[in-house]
Write a protein that binds this ligand. Structure first.
Ligand code: HEC
Length: 469
């Protein structure tokens, strides 16, 4: 797949951030749906065995919310993920589909089962006997967890492809080193979200008195107990991460570390409240507190997903594909033929640029940098290079992977690199007088060429990245 696909331009918001935004909302809703299924089975069992007189009422109230949220919003954002992914990195999503074709198909089958059983329950549960209702709920819960099981394998493969790199065996890729810790972790998150939502729902049921609510909340709180395993699972996950990704998260990248701390901080706050307050002291929690905890959980999910996505840098699929859709084994060739020669797409607002050199630079930027940077919005190159003179830009771009090892190596010719420098210069100050269009000094190009040679075509932190050999 050497075809070049266009990357959508979202103006001041970098594409990676758009992807993260959609993905975080979807993951939150989807995990709630998974936990919700398990929680409902538990309450249906409480109802059937006469352990809680209000459990039956809770089940039908909760299920309405689950249907609205997971079926409607979950499906909308799920489709949103595909739409966003193909606008940002068709190569990444294409490769995920390519390698795991039948697993996606299996996942889709489970999703259908989830929808059919869920809808049947929603529509007919008042007419069904207890056993039949329980069966539907159990199918719903199992099917939604299975779709988590499958997606989890494909997503964790992106960061820790493990033995798959040598064998290309689907199951080596699927049951990769990150599979189990993240499966357990996500399952616990799902239970947590479902339990917190249960507290909100219980508070919203006007016909229940306080005693009835308290009893339901105390039951739901049991689903928070597995949270005690989260720190251990988090450490397990960190341990199987590639060494450089781990180093970004643990301090190499301030943004990543911040998000990790948000995730850990909010999870610990929820966990402490849940275990000490709700489980041990059997505290009652009102809807305000419950909603607040749920919001904290959203923050934790956002932080966690951000770290998971961000720590893959410079790759979107570890060792296989850089975030800018260039493969590591293409870099050397693109240094020769250029990264714009096979790019068939015109520039948006082509006539806005002053000359062909700047146009070329805009194309280089779009192909190699735009997935992680904007020109003047988030993570703006004009800001980041603000303190550098032209030569410093040339040097640092030529050695991009050593400037910051979470960037891929520069994959173009010296002429393209120079045009990128001129594009950024012009973007920073469109009024400044430009040197003659395309008239690069041979000495400058020679110097860039030498720096590119020195940088090599391998990713930064090469030693660490390739320990596995
Ligand atoms: C995989 C994502 C990714 C790609 C692709 C990428 N960058 Fe970056 N770049 C980053 C991140 C993340 C930072 C760190 C920003 C920060 O420190 O706030 C960064 C930092 C920078 C900096 C500041 C470096 C410093 O030492 O302060 C510059 C300049 C830069 N990038 C330019 C580029 C250019 C030019 C390209 C394309 C040729 C590019 N980047 C491609 C992610 C990327």
């Amino acid at each position: 797949m050497d075809q070049v696909f266009p990357v959508n331009d979202y103006g001041p918001i970098m594409p990676g951030l758009v992807m993260a935004g959609v993905a975080i909302v979807h993951v939150f809703l989807a995990q709630f749906a998974v936990g919700g299924g398990v929680l409902l089975c538990y309450f249906q069992w409480l109802a059937m065995t006469g352990r809680d007189p209000h459990a039956r009422q809770f089940v039908s109230g909760y299920f309405k919310l689950l249907v609205l949220i997971s079926f409607v919003l979950g499906a909308l954002t799920g489709v949103g993920i595909w739409l966003t992914a193909i606008q940002i990195s068709p190569a990444t999503i294409g490769s995920m589909v390519d390698h795991f074709h039948w697993l996606w198909a299996t996942e889709w089958t489970f999703f259908c089962l989830e929808i059919v059983s869920g809808y049947s329950f929603y529509r007919y549960h008042s007419r069904l006997n207890d056993r039949a209702a329980m069966t539907l709920l159990a199918i719903y819960a199992a099917a939604s967890w299975m779709s988590l099981f499958i997606i989890n394998g494909i997503l964790s493969w992106q960061l820790t492809p493990g033995r798959w790199l040598e064998t290309h065996n689907v199951f080596d890729g699927f049951f990769n080193p990150g599979f189990w810790p993240s499966l357990f972790f996500r399952t616990i998150v799902s239970l947590t979200l479902a339990a917190l939502a249960a507290c909100v729902v219980t508070n919203m049921m006007p016909s229940l008195n306080r005693g009835a609510r308290r009893s339901l909340i105390n039951r739901a709180a049991l689903m928070l107990v597995p949270m005690v395993l989260m720190p251990g699972l988090g450490i397990w996950f960190l341990a199987v991460m590639p060494a450089d990704s781990r180093s970004w998260v643990l301090g190499g990248s301030p943004a990543m570390m911040l998000f990790l701390n948000i995730a850990i901080g909010s999870s610990m706050a929820i966990g402490a409240y849940a275990i000490f307050g709700m489980v041990m002291q059997r505290l009652y929690i009102n809807s305000a507190t419950a909603s607040l905890l749920l919001m904290l959980a959203f923050g934790a999910t956002a932080g966690g997903e951000f770290v998971r996505e961000g720590s893959r840098k410079p790759y979107s699929i570890r060792y296989v594909l850089y975030s800018n859709a260039i493969r590591p084994d293409q870099v050397a060739r693109l240094r020769d033929i250029g990264c714009t020669s096979d790019d068939p797409y015109g520039l948006r607002n082509d006539s806005m640029y002053p000359d062909d050199q700047v146009r070329l630079g805009a194309k280089v930027f779009r192909r190699q940098c735009s997935v992680c940077h904007t020109v003047s919005g988030t993570n703006a190159v004009t800001e980041l290079t603000g303190a550098w003179d032209q030569n410093q830009m040339r040097l640092n771009f030529a050695k991009l992977q050593h400037t910051k090892p979470f960037m891929p190596p520069f994959a173009g010719t010296a002429v393209e690199l120079e045009s990128l420098v001129q594009f950024i210069n012009w973007s920073s100050d469109p009024q400044a007088t430009r040197p003659h269009a395309g008239d690069s000094d041979p000495g400058t190009l020679g110097q860039i060429e030498a720096w590119l040679q020195e940088a090599g075509t391998a990713p930064g932190n090469f030693e660490q990245n390739h320990k596995r050999h």
